[in-house]
Design a protein around this ligand. Structure first.
Ligand SMILES: Nc1ncnc2c1ncn2[C@@H]1O[C@H](COP(=O)(O)OP(=O)(O)OP(=O)(O)O)[C@@H](O)[C@H]1O
Length: 653
């Protein structure tokens, strides 16, 4: 794969669930813009009014038996006729609305309250918790709903309360599965990582970010399940296992009409009609809601564009060089870091002995092709690597002199909050779409602080002002979708700076933006760095950006830093053949404009299947099958004021 291909195609991650922020009014507006939404909502409101006011509206006593007037056909006196005990069917339907809909609400709430926490827990904890929850759900789903509900009522006894439990139990698996699936999608969003990086506790992440985002989907599901719950409850009522006589409930009324269905069909028709229309109403409403919350508004990021290589002549400061002992004042110091992903084949090593220091006020860019291990390294430094996924098998990471490895979760959150800020590639995904910018900034400012509400708000306003967002007070109440891409990235930067971090980690911070906005964001980052003296670790594919923005560069290939040093030194004359190939394949970087862009021959090696000797050997123009390149992985040496891992680096001097 060529570097050019790699750089040019950096789409925003596909979002499984794109819950674009929808205020209640927006949801309502979109709901009533659909015919099925209008019909469903109107009917549901009518049914709810019926459940509330039905008993008061009933023209006659729904319980009074009148044996002189049994089984009367519909008439002006009895609109829906009378039943076998002479009771007015219309009145019984009105009174029964409350019990019928109450069972629906109760059943869905019961299922929601048990199923959703189970699903969220399974998605959050993964591992054995997820396995146990999912297997239990599989077992429940293997029984038909009505059989399961019958079994529950048979065990608990026939009563309204037990019908609620029975119809609720059968809906638990649906809630749990859906909650797990949508939570997994939300947890993959960068703003979750951002929140964790700010030191938020699991409970806070779930309450603040996960639940608001999945609530739309769950509301839709609840509405749809309401219809089936009503029907299941009525089925139980029909079998005589629901609300017990003389209390009216539509399913029970249907059951009671069984013996008269041929001679007096109206006894079944009216409660059946009310039931059928209620199921239809909730289905229509659920369907309309699903349209609103459906993840169809996916975005594709514009391909990254190239900037001209602008060489900066900066006076090299104290070297960032690898292989030196940890610099006492370093904001980040990594030594001998090795990391491996857990896989079925065992551990697959992707970071293979990395040493680096970043001094306060300086920017180190880590550059390399896709899959070279840049993000894994950045996440380890950001203390965001998930130990269940990837293990640190050797080495040390120090942030501001404090070890970032082997800490308890609480200490890790504290370190992250105090020292680290993170800016992700795609600002659109890095912000929670259902929270206002003010809420998200407040969370970032408030975590671990004792400021009162007014001071927090002022700090939020200052932060927005710092990142050059005009009219910050008004903007605090706006949602992310009301901002342009560049503005969103400014907000992400403001959030990352909320705790005054010593280190800012920026993973492709401008690749989703167009050239002018890229430039503005880079200028902003540099300005923030100058004001605050923080260190920046920039991960990028783009050598042009490195040349313009970074002080030091580390070129990563197959998990190792193969060439690193001051940007001016390294880019003035690249010594490693991989760095040379990267430069040749960067537009504007092929040793002068107007030259044909080259691609790097071959593919990066597969992790876990590195070639013998130098990992770059099969693609290297310089190697020419020299035995040294086959024999061993080249040691990192100091050559011409930079660290380089090539046995023949001097040939390029
Ligand atoms: N969760 C995972 N499980 C197993 N392997 C993984 C996992 N995440 C990443 N990898 C592998 O680790 C290697 C390094 O990935 P990483 O994302 O760190 O590279 P990168 O240089 O940042 O790439 P990109 O620029 O595309 O983000 C890749 O080969 C990748 O396939």
């Amino acid at each position: 794969m060529s570097v050019m291909n790699t750089v040019a195609s950096s789409p925003a991650p596909d979002r499984a669930l794109d819950f674009v922020p929808k205020s209640r009014w927006t949801v309502l507006r979109r709901l009533v813009s659909q015919p099925k939404g209008i019909v469903g909502l109107t009917l549901v409101v009518l049914y709810l009014l019926l459940a509330i006011f039905g008993p008061a509206l009933a023209p006659q006593d729904a319980f009074r038996q009148n044996f002189a007037q049994t089984l009367q056909r519909p008439s002006a006196a009895h609109w829906f006729g009378t039943d076998q005990l002479g009771r007015d069917v219309f009145s019984r339907i009105l009174v029964g609305a409350r019990a019928t809909l109450g069972i629906g609400v109760g059943g869905v709430s019961f299922a929601f309250l048990i199923g959703v926490p189970l699903g969220v827990l399974a998605a959050w904890r993964r591992g054995w918790v997820e396995a146990v929850v999912m297997r239990a759900i599989d077992v429940m789903l293997s029984f038909p709903d009505i059989v399961f509900a019958l079994a529950v009522v048979a065990i608990l006894g026939a009563s309204t309360q037990n019908v609620i439990i029975a119809v609720g139990v059968v809906s638990i698996p649906v809630f749990a599965r859906t909650a797990r699936a949508v939570t997994l999608s939300i947890l993959a969003e960068p703003y979750i990582e951002g929140s964790i990086s700010l030191g938020a506790s699991p409970a806070r992440v779930i309450l603040r970010h996960v639940l608001p985002n999945i609530s739309g989907m769950l509301m839709t599901l609840s509405t749809l399940l309401f219809a089936s719950t009503l029907l299941s409850a009525s089925g139980l009522g029909f079998l005589g296992l629901g609300t017990q006589p003389p209390h009216p409930e539509w399913g029970t009324m249907l059951g009671e009409s069984r013996s008269y269905i041929r001679s007096h069909p109206y006894l079944a028709t009216f409660p059946g009609l009310f039931l059928a229309v209620s199921a239809l109403a909730f289905n229509l409403l659920g369907d309309a809601l699903r349209t609103i919350y459906d993840p169809t508004s996916r975005r594709t990021a514009r391909p990254a564009r190239f900037l001209d290589l602008l060489r900066r002549k900066r006076a090299p400061a104290a070297p960032t060089a690898a292989l030196l002992p940890p610099s006492p004042g370093a904001a980040v110091s990594v030594r001998g870091l090795r990391m491996a992903y857990h896989s079925q084949e065992g551990l697959l090593e992707v970071v293979r002995g990395v040493d680096l220091d970043i001094m306060p006020g300086r920017t180190l860019a880590v550059v390399g092709e896709s899959g070279s291990g840049k993000s894994t390294l950045l996440r380890a430094i950001g203390t965001l690597a998930n130990p269940q996924e990837v293990a640190v098998t050797a080495g040390t990471i120090e942030i501001g002199g404090e070890s970032a490895l082997g800490l308890a979760p609480e200490a890790l959150r504290d370190l992250r909050r105090r020292k680290i800020g993170i800016v992700f590639q795609d600002a659109a995904n890095a912000l929670n779409p259902v929270l206002t910018v003010g809420q998200q900034l407040t969370e970032a400012v408030q975590t671990g602080s004792s400021l009162d509400a007014a001071a927090v708000r002022q700090r939020c306003i200052d932060l927005l002002g710092d990142v050059n967002i005009s009219d910050p007070e008004r903007r605090l109440d706006m949602y992310p979708h009301q901002f342009s891409g560049g503005m969103k990235q400014r907000i992400v930067i403001a959030i990352a700076l909320a705790q005054d971090p010593d280190v800012l980690l920026a993973d492709e911070p401008t690749s989703a933006l167009d050239v002018t906005i890229q430039q503005q964001i880079l200028v902003l980052l540099r300005e923030m760095q100058r004001k605050r003296g923080m260190a920046i670790l920039l991960v990028t594919h783009d050598l042009n950006l490195v040349a313009r923005f970074a002080d030091d560069v580390a070129v990563m290939y197959a998990g190792r830093l193969v060439e690193s040093g001051h940007v001016a030194t390294v880019l003035a004359r690249t010594l490693h053949p991989y760095t040379q190939a990267l430069r040749a394949s960067a537009p504007g970087g092929a040793e002068g404009r107007g030259k044909r862009l080259l691609t790097i021959a071959g593919e990066p090696p597969m992790i876990g299947a590195l070639p013998s000797g130098c990992a770059f050997r099969p693609r290297c123009q310089r190697s020419q099958n020299r035995s040294q390149c086959f024999a061993e992985e080249p040691a990192i040496r100091l050559v011409a004021s930079r660290q380089v891992a090539c046995c023949f680096a001097e040939e390029a001097c």
